[in-house]
Design a binder for this molecule. Structure first.
Ligand code: GLA
Length: 371
């Protein structure tokens, strides 16, 4: 059988800061990782997409004319959704064999789903000889996540997965999709990614619930203010009009307004090389995700606490959608081994779960190689 023609990968991501504000039009600071989903692809002359995986025994065949009918698949639904949205946008989807090799751990909060969706579309476009528009691919991948898998997500993950750049953190304005790339210079410190390894459920429904809450808050504020998204609300107007919101909505809004502000401060700190301030902002972000946005949980909180108690760690927080998954910690590079050991042991003692650490680099988003 003919060898694969292309190798197309898209990245997993972390987010330095700016959590749960992408769908409010805020600025976020994701970083694309060398943990990736890679698709090996070749045409097969049929109207089918044959899927296989390096890490799973499953084999799945998708009929190109019935792509809408695979929502219930355990594996292959992300690929089907991505191909369907690409097809609906008027692109030709060619019958092909796709071997998927995913090094982004599933369910880790490092956006394995975005990496699968983005790499699937990029591979289909490459096979069809189309010029690649990475932003457009990200938007179609986001549409797949929202309409096919039912997570009403923002654009951060798919954008980072497609458009990330080696050694850079993105400053992505989710309102305009303008993106500035900044070097991630952390001096004597490094970012440590840790998975709390708690199996999490209900993520989708809770995530969608949070999003609805922000939409309700926006509608109420729009009675007084001419704003299109919550990220446009400044601190002064928040003080003036935020008082009209009570209970949960007020807490959610408090997170959003302050998290937007923290992204501005983090950008300044990064540009000035002030890693200490960046660390403090990570800690504040976590506290707000825990107390105001309520998307953390016992295990992620215990993991962050284990990190924050160590003097070699100047900041730690949960990243991504929440309720489980990974934390990032800013740790003195020469102390990383001790940090990992202490964190592992105290987290195990507190929760009974075994934390896992990932060694990864900052990488480009979509990468295409002709084989
Ligand atoms: C998930 C979503 C993103 C974003 C984050 C929270 O990863 O896919 O769009 O909302 O949660 O910041």
């Amino acid at each position: 059988m003919k060898e694969y023609e292309y190798k197309v990968s898209a990245a997993g991501r972390i987010n330095l800061i700016g959590e749960h504000i992408d769908y409010c039009g805020g600025k976020v600071m994701p970083v694309a990782l060398s943990l990736k989903n890679t698709v090996y692809i070749r045409p097969n002359g049929t109207n089918k997409i044959n899927l296989s995986w390096t890490t799973l025994p499953d084999k799945v065949t998708l009929d190109i004319d019935k792509l809408e009918s695979y929502k219930g698949l355990k594996y292959g639904n992300y690929q089907a959704g991505a191909a369907l949205m690409w097809q609906r946008a008027g692109h030709k989807v060619i019958g092909c064999d796709m071997l998927h090799d995913c090094t982004v751990p599933f369910g880790s909060g490092l956006s394995s789903s975005a990496a699968i969706e983005v790499s699937t579309i990029a591979a289909l476009a490459t096979l069809a000889g189309e010029p690649l528009d990475k932003v457009d691919i990200a938007l179609k991948a986001q549409q797949a996540e929202r309409e096919y898998t039912g997570v009403n997500c923002g654009i951060m993950d798919q954008y980072a997965s497609a458009c990330g750049k080696k050694d850079s953190v993105m400053l992505l304005d989710c309102n305009t999709l303008e993106c500035e790339y900044l070097p991630l210079l952390l001096g004597d410190y490094s970012l440590v990614i840790t998975n709390c390894n708690k199996p999490h459920s209900l993520i989708e429904s809770k995530y969608n619930e949070r999003r609805e809450e922000t939409e309700r808050a926006l509608k109420m504020l729009q009675q007084h203010l001419d704003i299109k998204c919550l990220a446009e609300l400044n601190l002064a107007d928040f003080k003036k009009y935020g008082a009209e919101l009570t209970g949960i909505l007020r807490k959610r809004l408090e997170h959003i307004v302050n998290e937007c502000e923290r992204v501005c401060l983090a950008t300044q700190a990064l540009k000035a090389g002030n890693v200490q301030i960046l660390g403090e902002l990570l800690n504040k972000s976590h506290a707000s995700l825990r107390d105001n946005y309520e998307v953390t949980g016992r295990e992620p909180d215990a993991l962050v606490e284990a990190a924050q108690t160590q003097s070699c760690c100047i900041g730690s927080r949960l990243i991504g959608g929440g309720f489980g998954g990974c934390t990032i910690s800013l740790v003195k590079t020469k102390c990383i081994d001790e940090f990992k050991e202490f964190t592992f042991n105290s987290y195990l003692k507190a929760t009974g779960y075994r934390a896992e650490f990932y060694d990864t680099e900052i990488s480009d988003g979509i990468i295409i190689t002709k084989l």
